[in-house]
Structures are given as C-alpha cells and as structure tokens.
Write a protein that binds this ligand. Structure first.
Ligand code: MN
Length: 233
C-alpha cells in the first residue's frame, strides 16, 4: 500500500475528528514521484474516505482516470496552488467556523499563541468579488478562480476566504494538518482574547521561531490524532 495514500486517508479522518472539516472540505497531497500530479478523494465526506476513493489529478485539477466518479467542485483550489507554489506538498480547504469572522470583518487573524506562529504577522484574505464580481456563489469553481486564490495566498501558509472558509498549505500532510487544526484553535483564542481586552500578538520573530520549533515535532500530534481515528482493519 502506498503510504502517501494511507496518510491522505488518515488526514481526512483526523480533520473531521478534530473539527476542521464536516460534510465539506478536502485535503490533498502532491505526488511524491510526479510534481505535476496530486491526490484528492472523490466527492464524499472526508470521514468516509477510504484508499479506494483517492483519485489522481493534474495541475489543471482535471482527474487522470475519473472512472465515472464525482469530483469535488472546488478541486481547482488544489491544482492552482500546487502550480503557483512548488514548495507546497499538501493543502487543506475547509469551512472551519472560528476563522470565518476574521474573513468578514477586516480584523486580521494573527498568532496569539506559539502554536499559531506559522500564521506569521498577516493572514491574507481572498475577496472573490475582486476576482469575479458581485454575483458568484462564493465557490472556487474554475481554474481562474483557483489562480486568483493562489495569488492572494502568495507565499503565506494560510489564507482566509471571505464568507466561505480558508486554505492551509504545507510541505507535508503532517504539517498541513497541524496548521489547519491550530489555525482554527488560534482563531477561537484570538476571538476570546479580543473580548477580554487589548491583545499582544506574537511578533515576527516569535512567530517565525515558534513555527520552526513546532515543525520539528509534527510526528507527536500526528500520532495522537491518528490514534483517535484508528479503525478496525
Ligand atoms: Mn468550500
């Protein structure tokens, strides 16, 4: 069994168990052997994903061998970001709730704890009206919208999508799962902190240094989260 596919299935289950995705949202991983290909489930709820559901796509987000399977409408998020970001090997798109307020208020999502250091000092916000006018359904339903989202993401690790959700990117599935989970946690903490008073955020050095420190410990939370979703073979 391909361990990347196994890990992608596990990532789907973890993201559901940890409250990042529900019936919606998806996670992908770039092929280890062909950087112009990535893997993503067919269009089903993440917690129901098995190895048999994993499909392969090109950087236009077109399935290589669809076999009649339904594909996620917003698969263009993935191909466009892999094309724009050679450093990215895994992507999570979700509608996790706590980050949504930061996409709609102009209040920047910023790290309030060391676990959120990867957010850096400014989290970009994708405004779909800038890319496609006022009459969209908010969904990234074309390669062009995917490319526009990738431009907003720039070199960041995380971007908000106004009125919709977010995208997290990483150099591995373990890193992107960590980032998706802790972006949501940071958003909850930041909202709590802002209600209490003036917030002191991590500065640029603290953000960069804590991100680097957390990156050497990605196996530890991954193994814990994996244990919580382990199922009988
Ligand atoms: Mn979506």
């Amino acid at each position: 069994m391909d361990t990347l596919i196994d890990d992608l299935v596990t990532a789907n289950h973890i993201l559901y168990r940890e409250g990042v995705v529900d019936g919606f949202g998806h996670v992908s991983v770039r092929s280890a052997t062909d950087p112009t290909r990535f893997r993503l489930s067919r269009s089903i709820a993440p917690d129901n994903v098995t190895a048999a559901d994993i499909m392969e796509f090109d950087l236009d987000s077109e399935p290589i061998d669809p076999q009649g399977r339904r594909v996620y409408l917003e698969r263009f998020i993935h191909g466009a970001i892999y094309r724009a970001r050679p450093d990215v090997a895994a992507i999570v798109h979700s509608h996790s709730p706590a980050v949504i307020p930061f996409g709609v208020t102009g209040t920047p999502l910023q790290p309030v704890s060391h676990m959120g250091g990867f957010l850096g000092t400014a989290t970009p916000v994708f405004e779909i009206r800038d890319a496609a006018g006022p009459e969209t359904d908010m969904l990234i339903r074309s390669p062009e919208l995917g490319a526009a989202l990738a431009r907003t993401l720039g070199s960041a690790t995380f971007a908000l999508m106004r009125g919709h959700g977010s995208v997290a990117v990483g150099t591995s599935l373990k890193q992107v799962v960590f980032r998706a989970i802790y972006a949501e946690a940071n958003a909850r903490l930041q909202s709590d902190a802002m209600r209490l008073g003036t917030v002191t955020y991590l500065n640029e050095y603290e953000a960069a240094n804590t991100a680097a420190a957390n990156d050497v410990n990605l196996d530890r939370p991954w193994e814990l989260w994996k244990k919580r979703v382990s199922r009988p073979a």
